[in-house]
Design a protein around this ligand. Sequence first.
Ligand code: ADP
Ligand code: MG
Length: 390
Amino acid sequence: MATNGSIRPNPYTPGAGDRPRALVGRSDQLALAESVRSQLESGYSANSLIYVGLRGVGKTVLLKEIAARFARAGWYAPYLELRRGLAVDAALAGVADRFADQLRPGAKLTRSVREMLGRGGGLQLIGSGATIGAGRSRPTYEELAKLLARLASAASKDGLGVALIVDEMQAISLASLGALVQVTQELRDGLPFALIGAGLPHLPSYMAKAATYTERFRYESTDNLHDLDARAAILEPATAEEVDWEEDALTKVVAAGAGYPYFLQLYAFEAWNVAARSGRIQMITLSDVMAAEPVAKRQIEAGVYGVRFEATTEPERKYLVSMAALMDVETDRVRSGDVARALHREISAVSPTRDALIRKGVIHAPEHGLLAFSIPGFWQYVSRRHLAED
Ligand SMILES: Nc1ncnc2c1ncn2[C@@H]1O[C@H](COP(=O)(O)OP(=O)(O)O)[C@@H](O)[C@H]1O
Ligand SMILES: [Mg+2]
């Protein structure tokens, strides 16, 4: 029962990787992962799955949900987040211990995992992946392949399998990525093994550079939420706490969030706080949302746009400012050729700058020759900031 003044937990989750109370709009993506699992459990082969999408659309929470579902089904499905300098084997070593407890008691797979952990630090033996990419360090990947093959073959005896759930795949070196793809290809023949990954939109072309077999990966896009899903993302967590949203308030947050899951969570979170402070949290009203808006905006400016902008170099900033100035306000896109022209440079001369911004996840190329900012509202911020600094 909601009583005035009682402290209600805020059910919104505006944070990278924070599991939303309602994971909406992802049933197709989840069904695909489940189909990979059932294919492999039945002894058929399946393509590996890679979810691609902009930062903040919900790839990490999707992968974690898939990892949880696979683990519930008895699979060994560790979630790994890659970073530059941290390769797959080292990342896997970090999570293996945590997983041992989740496995089904008595299964052959469980025994294999325990054995591997028991053997003097288990995966640590494989060595640090930090040196992968230095050319000669392939053996660590061969070890990884052998180990995973052993686990997958033990799993297959129980009708289970092994899935590596790998986040931020674009973050590792070409050599590491190539080795990971190779391991995956070796294992998928005849063993219940899948790689289920995620990365930024340029990952497919990066993968194509890393290896020749990438057609055996299925890329699936993870996009912004449609309005109906966005409404559900906001309503469902409140309903679970017996709190309602006024129709106008909901419409306003859906519009402000622009379908971008992180923004939806943030606006809803701040509106909830305003309502909670006023002591009447049974209904979140338009005036709560209006009062919360500047707070959410300040956080976005400082914590999202500001942080991203500060992480760019001087030439990258010039590039962004030029993009913002040329932006087509109808489509939120700009021609890369026009940006180069405005900078009085050849396209080829500015393409390293453009590519660096793409790798940082600040901009992306929705179509050949076109560029867009990767977070809603970011180009307007760049324009404002440029005007203020001039
Ligand atoms: N399907 C979804 N429904 C509701 N909220 C979501 C959904 N997916 C992600 N979110 C929220 O969006 C934010 C970003 O999610 P995250 O998985 O970190 O994105 P990414 O990994 O793509 O950068 C988090 O605050 C999360 O709670
Ligand atoms: Mg993520």
